[in-house]
Ligand binder design. Structure first.
Ligand code: ADP
Ligand code: MG
Length: 478
């Protein structure tokens, strides 16, 4: 007995896979299903008209040769096609197309417009850009571990998280469009953005979700300019249902890319598609960004992520350990969470260092080991803040010579700078009021206390002064 259609097609696939590269094989041949074999005619099912045309245009010779090899000189191939669901029927319908048909409709040939996979797939012409094509297969670039399940909720992220969750349950249909997530580094923007993408995909598998970093977007755009296929670039992005762009601040000063992004943004927004954007600052503080783009960002919701409080930090560590199946004494976890306060990435880094130390040196994870490690870690990552350092930041900020702060002068701006230095020293160092006074112009502890009160009062009543304090706070913490 001869082989059936499935076995014949398997044999054909072996030949084909030996003759073309893996990506092309995966893209164009794995979705094909063999349907039947009758009178040396093998019928295969392809997902769409477009697919059929592509095969005919690019792989006809290979297919013909392979069929003849497997089925003999009379061997023929026929296609059965699943009509694009956009045409409103799910029934596959069959058209008989002998492989010898030379008049198959040709698509305009398109060159690879963008290279999502960073060079690894240069040789596959991207099929996604054919206008009118409804079914597209785009690599989402989502990282599974960055799920909602793994994203710990706390006061610090409640609004952003629940807005993200709402967006994922109705992409493009909530008022949160675009959803802009902003925060300092290491506080979970990228994680949450992925989580929204993953959840959208779970809720709506048919939607096309794409995560790109702004850098990737920029490079793709530059490539498209170089290759003269900007239209393809734009086209590609216009086909996305849920577009996540991470770290949009990298577009600042890039006028051309901003303007193409503006165009894509408008198209997606108008057609009810969802945009999720992350940034290291709120729209009002973005510099080098076109105003029309900034005004678009304000259409939806801008939600910030704050540094997590102690409980949330502990919960994040617990989750990490639980996921990795590792146990750690609670006092070590607490010590870790207590010591690293401003950045979740650093917190995770410290956890990994402790685990590495303990397993490399075969030492149990004890509080002592954690203390040794973390002291190094904290010193390495965040500069220790000293009174001298604070004085320097304050003087630089107001453009004053450092020694004036320690002089006896009572000029208003010097007094103010001195009071600010005292206030921040009290806040960020463990020094006593007396020590701070001694270092700031040889004053006593009462003067330092008075300075702290004055600063607190002025922050409440004087807008300009509040800006100084906020700016300085940021500078001191860098
Ligand atoms: P950002 O993009 O704001 O710089 P990331 O999203 O890269 O920050 O987060 C840094 C690390 O901290 C990631 O490993 C992320 O999983 C983790 N992380 C941040 N926030 C949370 C959270 N709320 N729950 C769990 N993990 C978090
Ligand atoms: Mg990030």
């Amino acid at each position: 007995m001869g082989k059936n259609h499935i076995e014949i097609w398997e044999d054909c696939l072996k030949v084909i896979s030996d003759n073309i590269n893996y990506q092309s094989y995966k893209t164009w041949f794995t979705p094909i299903k063999p349907l039947k074999l009758e009178n040396s005619i093998l019928t295969i099912q392809v997902p769409s008209q477009f697919f059929y045309e592509w095969l005919e245009e690019h792989y006809i010779n290979l297919l013909k040769k392979t069929i003849k090899k497997e089925l003999g000189p009379n061997g023929r191939l026929e296609y059965s096609m699943v009509i694009d669901s956009a045409v409103n029927t799910n029934k596959p319908y069959t058209i008989k197309v002998p492989t010898t048909n030379k008049n198959a409709t040709k698509n305009p040939s398109v060159s690879m417009p963008i290279d999502i996979n960073n060079g690894s797939s240069k040789d596959i012409p991207n099929p996604f850009v054919i206008p009118g094509l409804k079914k597209i297969k785009v690599q989402s670039q989502l990282i599974d571990a960055y799920s909602f399940e793994n994203f710990i909720e706390g006061d610090c992220n409640r609004l952003a998280r629940s807005a993200g969750f709402a967006v994922a349950s109705k992409p493009g249909k909530t008022a949160f469009n675009p959803l802009l997530l902003y925060s300092n580094v290491g506080l979970g923007k990228t994680h949450l953005a992925h989580a929204i993408g993953i959840q959208s995909k779970i809720n709506f598998p048919e939607k096309t979700v794409l995560y790109v970093s702004t850098e990737q977007f920029l490079h793709q755009f530059i490539d498209s300019v170089r290759n003269n296929n900007q239209n393809d670039f734009v086209h590609f992005y216009k086909m996305i249902d849920v577009l996540i762009i991470d770290d949009i601040q990298f577009l600042s000063g890039k006028e051309k890319t901003q303007s193409i992004f503006f165009h894509i943004f408008n198209h997606l927004h108008q057609t009810g598609k969802q945009l999720i954007i992350t940034s290291d600052k709120p729209p009002v503080e973005m510099i080098g960004m076109e105003t029309r783009l900034l005004s678009r960002f304000k259409w939806g919701l801008a939600a910030d992520l704050q540094a997590p409080d102690l409980e949330t930090r502990i919960a994040i560590l617990h989750k990490r350990l639980y996921n990795d199946g590792i146990e750690m004494p609670p006092e070590v976890i607490e010590y870790l969470a207590y010591s690293i306060t401003t950045n979740v990435r650093e917190l995770e880094g410290a956890l990994i260092s402790i685990l590495a130390q303990s397993s490399l040196n075969k030492k149990a994870i004890t509080l002592d080991l954690a203390k040794q490690m973390i002291d190094k870690f904290v010193k390495n990552t965040s500069r220790e803040i000293s009174i001298d350092y604070i004085q320097k930041v304050v003087c630089d900020y107001f453009n004053l010579p450092l020694d004036l702060i320690n002089s006896k002068t009572r000029k208003r701006e010097i007094v103010q700078a001195r009071q600010l230095a005292m206030f921040f020293s009290k806040k960020h160092t463990k020094s006593s009021l007396a020590t701070i006074g001694l270092h700031c112009g040889n004053k006593d502890h009462a003067t330092v206390l008075h300075a702290c009160r004055t600063v607190n009062n002025l922050v409440e009543t004087d807008k300009q002064f509040r800006v100084y304090v906020e700016d300085l706070e940021k500078k001191i913490k860098i």
